[in-house]
Design a binder for this molecule. Structure first.
Ligand SMILES: [Mg+2]
Length: 107
């Protein structure tokens, strides 16, 4: 499922399910809860890789819901941030120069 599909599905749920219209503190607590579940899945041997994958997916869904509520184009935000991140890392680890400046980063 692509992020766009995930967000469309989340929008559908937002319109149908009570609770999703709660304030930002609900979203923050939900995000913290899911991040805590990721940490637990990483730190406790009783969790499987599938459990960890599920918890990582939960974090992404909550982030998607927050983006929807804030009218943020999450795919665009990820692409824009990735360009900035890659530029920063290339500068940091390649002495301020790209190894191949002619090569564009495609996202
Ligand atoms: Mg979870």
């Amino acid at each position: 499922m692509e992020i766009k599909d995930l967000l469309e599905q989340s929008a559908e749920i937002l319109n149908l399910t009570e609770g999703w219209d709660r304030d930002i503190y609900f979203d923050i607590s939900k995000l913290a809860e899911e991040c805590g579940e990721v940490a637990a899945a990483l730190n406790k041997s009783r969790f499987t890789d599938e459990d960890l994958a599920d918890e990582l997916a939960d974090v992404i869904v909550v982030i998607g819901v927050i983006a929807l509520k804030k009218h943020i184009d999450l795919e665009k935000a990820i692409r824009n941030k990735q360009v900035k991140r890659v530029d920063k890392l290339l500068k940091k680890f390649h002495d301020g120069k790209r190894t191949n400046p002619a090569k564009r980063i495609s996202l």
